[in-house]
Design a protein around this ligand. Structure first.
Ligand code: ADP
Ligand code: AMP
Length: 212
């Protein structure tokens, strides 16, 4: 099953994808994670996108589309995949149609106040890739990753100024995808404001019903 996770930054897409990929045995493909890993490894791509990510703007469509097109050619996608954070613009969605067959687009709905609370408390571990929240999903020892023991950090784009810009970018460039995918009947709303376990359960119910 090929699924897109749509929703504003902080809606919980990455968190639910990390849980769902175990249940469904499919890869979790996050364009944000791909860019952050390139930045960490100081690759040519990383150097190209570093300042774009810090500001909360979007990476150019052409570059992002090529990256996803190549990623979907890898063997691990043959049994399905979760696309998290792509597409984020109408041109990206149009391009995706030429090289992928999407079954569902899950639109995670969360109120703005909650988004801000989630983003301001988000902490990540660069090595393990695990995502925490200082209140809602804290590590066993404050500030330390449970898996690797590395110190947790705040993403540059989770600082206040970038967050406000990212929410504007989302409204302007990504929210129009809700209508786009409503028109072709692929969209399913999932309330993202509950606990991760409940949001995961709602997602699994939605895709089960869609298949039945
Ligand atoms: P996205 O991938 O949509 O940007 P994340 O999955 O990174 O969002 O979640 C943003 C923050 O909110 C993280 O700190 C995460 O731990 C926390 N979070 C995610 N889902 C929930 C939830 N259902 N309840 C409480 N906190 C959550
Ligand atoms: P995310 O981890 O999904 O919050 O993405 C972090 C950042 O990566 C975004 O703010 C953008 O700068 C960039 N990015 C991720 N996915 C895309 C995309 N599909 N198109 C353009 N930029 C993206």
């Amino acid at each position: 099953m090929n699924v897109i996770f749509l929703g504003p930054p902080g809606a919980g897409k990455g968190t639910i994808a990390a849980l769902a990929k175990e249940k469904l045995s499919v890869p979790h493909i996050s364009t944000g994670d791909i860019f952050r890993s390139a930045i960490k490894n100081e690759t040519a791509l990383g150097k190209q996108v570093k300042s774009i990510l810090s500001s909360g703007e979007l990476v150019p469509d052409e570059l992002t589309i090529d990256l996803v097109k190549e990623r979907l050619k890898e063997g691990d996608t043959s049994g399905g995949y979760i696309l998290d954070g792509f597409p984020r613009t109408i041109p990206q969605a149009e391009a995706l149609e030429t090289f992928a067959d999407i079954d569902f687009v899950i639109n995670f709905t969360v109120e703005r106040d909650m988004i801000i609370r989630r983003l301001s408390g988000r902490r990540i571990a660069k090595e393990s890739g695990k995502v925490y929240h200082i209140l809602y999903n804290p590590p066993k020892t404050a500030g330390i990753c449970d898996i690797t023991g590395e110190p947790l950090i705040q993403r540059d784009d989770d600082k206040e100024e970038a967050v406000i810009n990212r929410l504007e970018v989302y409204e302007r460039q990504t929210a129009p995808l809700i209508e786009y995918y409503t028109e072709n009947g692929l969209i399913r709303d999932v309330d993202g404001s509950d606990t991760p376990e409940k949001v995961l359960a709602s997602f699994l119910t939605v895709i089960d019903e869609g298949n039945g």
